[in-house]
Design a protein around this ligand. Structure first.
Ligand SMILES: [Cu+2]
Length: 142
């Protein structure tokens, strides 16, 4: 009786590692397919980076702020650089998180002129150009 019980046990054991190897091969092939598919897909170059954490420079070019909307961390310093031949002046809106306006107000910036402001309070701060009211942007502080 004891001998008969031992035989099925011996037959059972070789199946276990075989199943494990099959599973391994399956996982590896899925991994390869996933990698290949990812590389073949074109990069998301068309997605405009409207929120770029870590980016603290706003370029003024062609009468527009770039990026127009920027999200920064609390305490971050943002620098605007005027790349236009025309003068610009950055002024924060009264509708911003400070609810007063003029939280920041640059001098009139000539070409290659820059203005820097440090944002210490979380909130969204819309701003515009005092010379060209159609130029609008906003800084969101998190
Ligand atoms: Cu302007």
């Amino acid at each position: 009786m004891n001998g008969n019980v031992g035989v099925p046990d011996m037959n059972y054991q070789p199946k276990k590692p075989y199943g494990a190897i099959l599973l391994l091969i399956l996982v590896i092939s899925i991994g390869f397919v996933g990698c290949t598919g990812y590389q073949q897909s074109p990069g998301p170059a068309t997605t405009p980076p409207t929120q770029v954490p870590g980016t603290t420079t706003v370029t003024i070019q062609n009468f527009a702020f770039s990026p127009p909307e920027l999200t920064v961390s609390q305490g971050a310093t943002v620098t605007w650089v005027n790349k236009d031949a025309a003068d610009h002046q950055i002024v924060s809106d009264a509708s911003g998180a400070d609810a007063v306006g003029n939280l920041f107000k640059s001098p009139i910036l000539p070409k290659d002129g820059s203005f820097t402001f440090t944002f210490t309070t979380p909130g969204t701060y819309p701003y515009h150009c005092s010379i060209h009211p159609s130029m609008k942007g906003s800084i969101t502080v998190q």
